[in-house]
Design a protein around this ligand. Structure first.
Ligand SMILES: C[S@@+](CC[C@H](N)C(=O)[O-])C[C@H]1O[C@@H](n2cnc3c(N)ncnc32)[C@H](O)[C@@H]1O
Length: 291
């Protein structure tokens, strides 16, 4: 692992760092966001968030979690989600997959080990550009926060066995995917509760996954009005009769009977903010097979 420590802002005239080759001739980042725990869709256009997600998808484990007592089973989240898609996909349903809400592409690349073509789609231009840099260069330099203004420079690298030529990245809206034809697999990892129209996305999955294909729907169901109007939340609120709405049941109501539930598990993830602060979450991971 390449690593050097930088004290950002301590030197007069310290220049803004390039992130994964994004600085020259590429889109400007949105105003500084201090943490991905902040909300609103501009979070995903910020330099800080691109860096945190590069670390989340490609960072060295020992840097992500330098504590022996930490939740090691939360590491390698994008790889684990791709492995679940691989495990449940039929060998004759491995032509075309979509990784919707792909962020900086770690899961998309991991899926190229199984699927002949994987299209990663994300609403964030900055994420898609970072994923594209990974595809073109195989690596990307970025900074990770250590403490205060102290940051480490690291290099994100593609993992073993991925087939870059099979991956394609596009900026797009999960709620308006347009004509994607018939696909063998859709993964939506930690996406649903970030959408303004989650039902439109689920309906598109019903319409687009071909019989025998799968939808891998992974979500911590962290509903927030900054992303999704409350009346469109699947769960996390009371229904018309005042009863708590169960997210899994509400999702199943849209997906069944077109899909059957093939597997369900709790999947932990760990996003490093700095050396002593993390977002640890547990997503409800469901695999749905198209009937
Ligand atoms: C919590 S992140 C999860 C990213 C990635 N799947 C992962 O697990 O690391 C949510 C992602 O959804 C993307 N997103 C939000 N709204 C979207 C939309 N309408 N269409 C496509 N992607 C969207 C964000 O840009 C971000 O990459």
């Amino acid at each position: 692992m390449m690593r050097s420590v930088i004290a950002r802002g301590c030197r007069k005239g310290a220049s803004r760092p390039a992130v994964g080759g994004l600085a020259a001739g590429r889109r400007a980042f949105s105003n500084e966001v201090r943490s991905t725990a902040a909300s609103g869709s501009t979070v995903y256009e910020s330099r800080r968030t691109v860096e945190e997600y590069l670390h989340f998808h490609y960072g060295p484990k020992e840097h992500t979690l330098p504590y022996s007592f930490g939740p090691t089973d939360a590491l390698d989240f994008p790889e684990r989600m791709a492995a679940i898609a691989a495990k449940h996909s039929s060998p004759d349903r491995r032509e075309l997959a979509y990784d919707v809400g792909c962020s900086v592409g770690g899961g998309t690349f991991a899926m190229t080990r199984t699927f002949k073509k994987v299209v990663g789609i994300d609403f964030s231009h900055a994420f898609v550009e970072a994923a594209q840099v990974m595809k073109e260069q195989g690596e990307s330099s970025y900074e990770a926060s250590e403490q205060g203004v102290v940051r480490s420079r690291l290099t994100a690298r593609l993992k073993e066995g991925v087939q870059v030529d099979r991956a394609e990245f596009r900026q797009g809206d999960a709620c308006a995917l347009g004509d994607i034809g018939q696909v063998d697999c859709i993964t939506a990892v930690n996406l649903l509760c970030r959408l303004p129209e989650p039902r439109a996305f689920l309906q598109k999955a019903v319409d687009s996954v071909r019989p025998g294909g799968i939808l891998v729907l992974v979500s911590p169901f962290s509903w927030l009005e900054e992303y999704t109007p409350k009346d469109k939340w699947f769960g996390g609120r009371l229904d018309a009769s005042g009863e708590p709405l169960n997210a899994h049941a509400a999702v199943a109501e849209v997906l069944e009977p077109a899909f059957s539930l093939a597997a369900r598990s709790d999947e932990a993830f760990l996003l490093r903010e700095h050396v002593r602060k993390f977002q640890w979450g547990v997503s409800d991971c469901t695999v749905w097979r198209r009937n």
